[in-house]
Ligand binder design. Sequence first.
Ligand SMILES: [Zn+2]
Length: 358
Amino acid sequence: MDTDSAPAAAHSAATPPDVEALIRDLPKVELHVHLEGSMPADTLFELARRHGVREVPESLDELRDWYLFTDFPHFVEVYLASVATLREEQDFALLTAAVAGNLAAQNVRYAELHVSLYAHLMRGVPARVVFDGIEEARRVAESEHGLQLRWIPDFPADFGLESAEATVEAVLRDAPPSVVGFGVGGVETPLEQYAGVFGRARAAGLASLPHAGEHGGPERVREALDALGAERIGHGIDAMRDEALVARLAEGRIPVDVSPTSNLCTRAVARLEEHPLPRMLEAGLLVTLNSDDPTMFGTDLLNEYRTAHRLGLGAADLVRLAANGVHAAYLGAARRHALLAEIAEVAARHGVDPAGTA
Ligand SMILES: [Zn+2]
């Protein structure tokens, strides 16, 4: 991936070579990344031409500029135009293959990808088309790159109960075993109304993995825990405004998936230096590092590790973040232990005390 052309959010001093090498060598997992928000510009270009989607610029250079985050309304416009290019099984397979290639190139070994299932259902694309396409590419990614992919179908919180019900019904009917969780994203609204929907997903063995506390305040995080039985919190940075909630998350070892560049782009934090990631680690939270919508925010997981370093986190902290991701993932025990052992081995090779990876 061409990180030299990363946008304003990601610019600044180069990462020292030893830290850069550690970041690349660490086997990584990513737990909060949206399939549709990871669409590379050339994939979007190809799909838009395939289906004659007009909102998308006609040259790849123009499209690259158009694609980058400027403000939230533009982000939504781009997101919807990208989603509109996904119509047939092979479109989903093409996207997933491209995303898997980018993850594998960063030494990501395992990822749980959010799939905006309702955004496809509402356009009349059947869940089976989505699942068949992404599953085909998942199997290829596993055999070609040794990259394990798992899915978290979700719906937007601001679309109401009907969209939530349509999504959970499609999941319960058509989801393959590689679906590990059920999620809610979109614009944060009160979450209690979705208790029943998440109850159905959990009864079917799916993990409750909502977005909460990105912009919506600590109360959204509390609702996610109490009403939705959240097992991991997407973003969750607003929890830092509530000491009792932080203690609850820390004691319960409830992972919080943090995405600094995304938070900066969407103005969830005003300046990078104000990002609470270092304080979250100090407070004993099980924090994981993630890219959220990497191509749209001009980032990727490697860049999030560099960003964490710029926030003052040292090599041992970066190793800990990598290990936290493994602890927070819905991985089998054997793979979990193998990845943790490899992280410890890479840390030792780089002269970093691997304590905290066990
Ligand atoms: Zn997200």
